[in-house]
Ligand binder design. Sequence first.
Ligand SMILES: *Cc1c(COP(=O)(O)O)cnc(C)c1O
Length: 462
Amino acid sequence: MTARPDAYTAALQAAHDHALQWLDSQQTRKVPPRATVDDLLPLLGGPLPDVPTDPAEVVELLAKEAEAGLMAIPSGRFFGWVIGGTLPAALAADWLVSAWDQNAGLRAITPATAAVEQIAAGWLLDVLGLPETADVGFVTGATMANFTCLAAARQAALMKAGWDLDREGLNGAPPLQLLVGAERHETVDLALRYLGLGAPTVVAVDDQGRILPAALEAALRPGPAIVCLQAGNIHSGAFDPVAECVEIVHRYGGWVHVDGAFGLWAAASPSLRPRVPGLELADSWATDAHKTLNVPYDSGLAIVADRAAIRAAMGLQASYLIRDEAGDPFEKVPELSRRARGVPVWAALRSLGRQGITDLVDRLALRARQLADGLGQVPGATVVNDVVFTQVSVSFGDDETTRAVTAELLREGTAWMSGSVWQGRAVLRVSVSNWSTDEADVATSVDAVARASARVRAGGAS
Ligand SMILES: *Cc1c(COP(=O)(O)O)cnc(C)c1O
């Protein structure tokens, strides 16, 4: 090995120092970046140097120039889309994953990461109240979790209909019914596209975006079917009535998949769990660890009750691999080579413990409630959803005013919330996903929205 033992020291030390500075700055900094992509290109670009640069110098350059272009996503005042922060143990474990540089696909080759991921999978199923015999694949996010679960669903549904997908492909396959609620996340459609399954049939939802079981039953026909439910609507936080829908779909012999990218975590809280009755009865579940669990990007979980189905869809035979009879991690994910992204999940769970996980989920929901209460007091503002989890949608009257308040809030930059359109109406959408958001962040952010709204109402907004 030509690398000296201290080859990494200065570069890692520089990264460590800058990481701490960045995290410290979250308390006081404005949330939005100050620089644009075009501002940054010349600072970090130019022609590729002909000769090597000292590693620590490269890290210094990167940290110094990138800083102005970073969004303060780890800030307690960031409420955009549904994006979590990072727990300390998870972040530090993620650094180790990079240092260890394990290619985490095979038990016999990387036993430490395989063991850690196996333990994390067991803990996850336990805290989420899912069948302990289910399989967990560590993927990049809920998009790939939806893809992985729906690949297993496709395989199983067609096999049940007597069709060998691996040999015959989709050409001439029996028709597969695909049903989704009108407010499913777009990545469900994307996953179906990846799988060559085309556009799903859309089933009506109620005023909170929950699928209507009667409409689902009316749409179902005998024959192979996959039904995608949702735990956690990005605008309302609402949960589809899983128990009722599972009863209907299973009566027809279909597969129920639940997209619970952030909402699946309600099941980890004894007080919120009653909002998702029957969750454990579904056939597959997609969720993120980088949202509610506050593991660094990227980290998603594909959970499938039927171990044979996920392994049939994602497994691979190759003579050069060293296989383990117990089954290998790569059989549950689309990738063969990948980083050990289950390790930060293990660290998050291990550092929180059962009580800490419950507290995290309950606290996110409490902060959403507090934000809804505060925002509801802002003159002209109306909270338009039932706040049942971590999501709050607010209107400021007509769509034009709502958009103007959103733009004004983001221009000031004290807090970040994203604009959206829900059920035909413009809304300011608040998602509480960061473990560190405290009551002071809530108060500061409500004040920022009140200021933005007052400026718009006074006609003074830019
Ligand atoms: C975020 C989200 C997704 C997509 O997840 P990624 O982690 O961005 O891939 C899917 N479904 C829902 C409900 C989400 O909130």
